[in-house]
Design a protein around this ligand. Structure first.
Ligand code: GDP
Length: 656
């Protein structure tokens, strides 16, 4: 329909359509999608055939054992050589090579296969193959650390994050816990801010992450750094469950972290615990007092009431969770925050999670590396070492790592340097990628650059009913000019495949009452795919509408005024061709632009008139049914039967 007039509104309704570049592009995307679907289908068929053939062979030749030992699914990591493929799918290399040769590829054991080719080959042997991206040195390091035999596992304290609605008392509670403790126990009385704080008293140890708020929590989590063992959900007894409370609950649930509720501000006269209990139960956090399984502690950061019980409960929770770590393995942990100080260099505040970090250890940490020069405890003391679940400020790294970066102690300094450099290189690549990705916010600027007139969305929701409502509501937002295009809508959490689809089609993912899978979040961050979560339909549609309105902004609406048909042409020397026309529709105005249409094809888009005449007189406009003479400016190639469509532009308010 692009390039044609809008029939419904007749002569007055045509709007400037999407740029041809954009439509070519969306066509291309469409095509790729079709190919991909086709490809998957074919692959499935091949799989079915292959397994079918094996089945016959099994009964014919009795190769039962051979067939039974071949997996139906397998995984390999890039780069895939024939050798690796052979091992993964339990098919002899020679058989694979024979297959390759049959399709005209001369191969050896060490032939490198493109992932697509490997997948296709595997399918021929009835194996569904997944090819994983090549791992970064850090990924390998993480794998190595995961595989270390932990012989001296010991209990460790829980790591706790305070979440909740703003002003419900997160900071006050944290301060209270620390303050009470410090004034009793510490000589200096003032603790250092190092991103986390370890409470230690009466045999109870609890580590509190000092960055209350969802952003920090989610940011760390999205980077794969799930440091938190228990979330303390702070709810003000006089205010109850608020939007950010719900968000906090969802974050904690998404991370699979148990929740303990601190019903704070219990000292307030208008505190209403019963009401809050009801609200918590509605959120699936039924209080134990009510027969549910959620621990709720009534606290007041102001009077100190319940604060001890909270700490006690948290240390009990740790026993239930059976948290353990081995202090004897090489140390590893996560950066909470880091900065560069002109005098002291880089300071990284981190939590040691396993092993024991010592002064002099060689560290690799995201983009940075170095030898530990000094360690400072949360009490501001210089320490020689820090064991599991210990917050510590590390000096000695060469670069500033990001919150959520993991650190690992390794033996070789030059190896650490190598890894840090590789990390920096891949991060630069990812940055590039990220900058090109679409978010609801940056759509506006992309649209002004004339790049898109369509908002592709992937919708994930809790139940089918929500999806139907969302599709209907979002559909209503589309106009002729800007469209919501729903690429995929399904029930369930946002998962990796959604992010991949979004990457492939520059889409934004909207989630309605659903969680975001950890891997999906990580991938989304890597690829710069935006995932927006909503709990209220209005907020979702509003957000999308704003994005679409942004898409409308740079636009000018075109209005078709009328059409004239060329009935005669006169060549006049020194002037050019004058067309004798009949206005067949609407009105032609002297000031209009002219589109020349020949046999249904637009030959010229934007001509102007040198003169418009009725008989011998200049006319300002000529209406349908009347004849007129038109001389186009700088254009004489007119033929009988040509149509001259008169159009103008108008500014229209930019709302949907
Ligand atoms: P955050 O935004 O969740 O970190 O909240 P804050 O800790 O900054 O507290 C917000 C306000 O509530 C501050 O003015 C605190 O003094 C007050 N507040 C915090 N906890 C309590 C409490 O238990 N009782 C009373 N009465 N006020 C509190």
């Amino acid at each position: 329909p692009e390039g044609e007039t809008d029939d419904k509104s007749g002569k007055g309704g045509k709007r400037r359509t999407r740029s041809p570049r954009r439509s070519a592009r969306s066509e291309a995307i469409e095509r790729v999608r079709e190919w991909r679907d086709q490809d998957l289908l074919e692959r499935k068929e091949r799989l079915a055939q292959a397994t079918g053939r094996l089945r016959t062979r099994r009964s014919d030749e009795g190769h039962q054992q051979f067939v039974a030992s071949r997996p139906t699914q397998a995984e390999v990591e890039e780069p895939v050589m024939v050798k690796e493929l052979s091992a993964a799918i339990a098919v002899k290399s020679t058989e694979i090579i024979r297959k390759l040769m049959a399709s005209g590829v001369m191969a050896t054991m060490n032939q490198r296969l493109e992932p697509e080719a490997a997948i296709s080959l595997a399918a021929e042997f009835g194996v569904e193959l997944t090819v994983h991206k090549e791992k970064s040195p850090q990924d390998r390091l993480a794998d190595q650390f995961r595989k270390i035999d932990r012989k001296s596992l010991q209990s460790r304290p829980p790591v706790v994050t305070f979440l909740g609605h703003v002003d419900h008392g997160k900071t006050s509670l944290l301060d209270r816990i620390r303050h009470a403790h410090v004034t009793e126990g510490e000589a200096g009385g003032i603790t250092q801010h190092i991103g986390a704080y370890r409470y230690h008293e009466g045999g109870r140890d609890v580590v509190f992450l000092d960055t209350p708020g969802h952003e920090a929590f989610t940011q760390l989590r999205s980077r794969g750094a799930n440091m938190t063992d228990v979330v303390v959900l702070v709810v003000a007894a006089d205010d109850g469950v608020m939007p950010q409370t719900v968000e906090a609950i969802n974050h904690a649930k998404a991370a699979g972290v148990p929740i303990v509720v601190a019903l704070n501000k219990i000292d307030r006269p208008n505190a209403n615990p019963d009401r809050v209990y009801g609200q918590l139960a509605e959120q699936g956090l039924s209080p134990r007092e009510w027969g549910g399984s959620t621990e709720v502690v009534r606290t007041s950061a102001t009077t100190g009431e319940g604060v001890d019980s909270l700490v006690e409960l948290l240390s009990l929770e740790a026993e239930l969770l059976e948290l353990k770590a081995d202090p004897t393995i090489p140390a590893t942990g996560t950066i909470i925050e880091a900065e560069r100080d002109p005098a002291r260099g880089v300071t990284a505040r981190a939590l040691v999670q396993e092993g024991t970090l010592k002064v002099g250890d060689v560290l690799v940490c995201g983009p940075s590396f170095g030898r530990v020069r000094s360690l400072t405890s949360d009490k501001g003391a210089d320490v020689r070492q820090a064991g599991p679940a210990t917050p510590v400020a590390i000096a000695g790294l060469d670069e500033v790592p990001d919150p959520g970066d993991k650190f690992y102690v390794i033996s070789d300094l030059s190896e650490a340097k190598d890894m840090a450099e590789k990390f920096q290189a891949t991060r630069r690549e990812k940055e590039l990628f990220r900058r090109q990705a679409v978010t609801l916010e940056n759509l506006f600027s992309r649209i002004s650059a004339g790049e898109t007139r369509e908002l592709p969305l992937i919708v994930k929701a809790d139940v089918q009913g929500s999806i139907e409502v969302l599709i209907e509501q979002l559909g209503k937002l589309s106009t002729e000019e800007v469209k919501v295009r729903i690429l995929h809508a399904a029930v369930g959490a946002v998962v990796e495949s959604d992010v991949l689809l979004a990457t492939a089609s520059d889409a934004v993912i909207v989630g309605f009452h659903v969680a975001v899978d950890d891997q999906a979040q990580r991938l989304a961050n890597e690829r710069g795919v935006q995932i927006r979560q909503f709990r209220i339909i209005y907020e979702l549609t509003d957000s999308v509408r704003k994005a679409l309105e942004g898409m409308l902004s740079p636009e000018i609406r075109e209005k078709v005024m009328g059409t004239a048909e060329v009935r005669e042409t006169f060549k006049v020397s020194r002037i050019g061709t004058i067309a004798g026309c009949l206005v067949i529709d609407g009105v032609i105005q002297r000031s209009n632009k002219i589109r020349l249409i020949r046999e249904g094809i637009v030959v010229q888009e934007e001509l102007s008139m040198e003169s418009l005449r009725r008989f011998k007189d200049d006319a300002r406009e000529v209406r349908a049914g009347l004849e007129c003479g038109i001389k186009l400016a700088g254009y004489d190639d007119l033929k009988l039967g040509d149509r001259l469509q008169a159009w103008t532009t108008e500014e229209v308010a930019r709302t949907l």
